[in-house]
Design a protein around this ligand. Structure first.
Ligand SMILES: Nc1ncnc2c1ncn2[C@@H]1O[C@H](COP(=O)(O)OP(=O)(O)OP(=O)(O)O)[C@@H](O)[C@H]1O
Length: 310
């Protein structure tokens, strides 16, 4: 395996109708890494994934995927990458096995029988291979979709919100599967809105309205944010958010159960604000969460997702 990153893009940009929806995104992803791709709706995650897998041509920027040039090798890249789109299309009135056979044929794969049998075994679906895909639960559908887009044994997997709307146990099992694939050397870039999933990634890229705002492990992202946080406990603590958010020094305030969680850029200013507003509440310093950082970054980023015409 070469030392070069599995995915390396620089200045990747996409413009739709005069609006820059991906704005000079630069990132590297190492082989066998699981990178989480997070950001508000409409921030350019899908568009970036499509450029990386060769489906969309960037308006600016360059990159390589498995050493192949994005500008000149799009056809080869498409063959080496597995891309699971949002609402990946399974045929509901075909059985599990028939769906897998279909995707194997669509890719023109050799050894179809072996590939489909292996996929069924990895999924634990051998005994149910004759079941109609339409009768599977949401979690199993997503696992079948993952099997369909890994039949050609891609070295890179791009997953676009693969577990949206799936229950926690099924999401956990799906992620076990992703970790197994990464253990076999597959590189994964996966978009998600779930914080628990972000924490299961080796590292994270956070994009807000086209601009990459943070990159690193979850610890690095929290540390680099420079945020500080306090948690308050006591009578009425959970109702203080509206008052606290108006105070200078308070970037965010939110109730968690009966406690109040506040964040700011400077400890002294944050402490002053909470002591002024709620001196009877017990305030303790806590670690900001990844979610705090993402909401903070999102609020600081100009929302370009709605075009305003004169
Ligand atoms: N083919 C297209 N033509 C015009 N605008 C587009 C096209 N595809 C995407 N967009 C716009 O580009 C922006 C980025 O969309 P994209 O789907 O990449 O965001 P996203 O981060 O994946 O969002 P979500 O989290 O909601 O899936 C959005 O404002 C979207 O409306």
């Amino acid at each position: 395996m070469s030392d070069a990153p599995a995915i390396s893009v620089s200045g990747l940009t996409k413009i739709f109708g005069g609006r820059t929806v991906v704005d000079h995104v630069t990132m590297d992803i190492g082989h066998g890494r699981i990178s989480g791709f997070l950001g508000p709706n409409g921030s350019g995650k899908t568009t970036t994934l499509r450029m990386i897998c060769g489906l969309l041509i960037p308006d600016e920027g360059e990159g390589t995927v498995l050493g192949l040039d994005l500008a000149t090798c799009r056809a080869e890249i498409k063959q080496k990458v597995g891309y699971m789109t949002q609402r990946f299309g399974l045929f509901e009135d075909l059985t599990i096995r028939e769906n897998l056979n279909f995707f194997a044929d669509a890719h023109g794969l050799d050894n179809k029988k072996r590939r489909v049998t292996d996929a069924l075994e990895q999924l634990g679906l051998e005994t149910r291979s004759g079941q109609l895909a339409g009768t599977l639960s949401g979690g199993w559908k997503q696992r079948l979709a993952l099997a369909a887009c890994t039949l050609h044994e891609p070295k890179i997997l791009l997953l676009d919100e693969p577990t949206a709307g799936v229950d926690p146990l099924a999401r956990r099992e799906f992620w076990d599967q992703i970790h197994r694939l990464a253990g076999d050397g597959v590189t994964v870039l996966v978009s998600t809105h779930y914080m628990d999933e972000a924490e299961r990634c080796h590292d994270i890229a956070y994009i807000a309205y086209g601009v990459l705002r943070a990159r690193g492990t979850s610890e690095e992202i929290v540390r680099d944010s420079g945020l500080v946080a306090l948690t308050g406990e006591g009578p009425g603590a959970d109702r203080l958010a509206p008052k606290l958010e108006k105070r200078p020094g308070v970037a965010m305030a939110a109730a968690f159960g009966t406690t109040m969680h506040v964040c700011g850029e400077q400890y002294d200013a944050l402490r002053q604000a909470v002591d002024d507003i709620a001196p009877d509440i017990r305030w303790n310093e806590t670690e900001p969460t990844l979610e705090d950082v993402f909401i903070y970054l999102m609020r600081q980023s100009p929302d370009n997702s709605v075009s305003v015409s004169a």
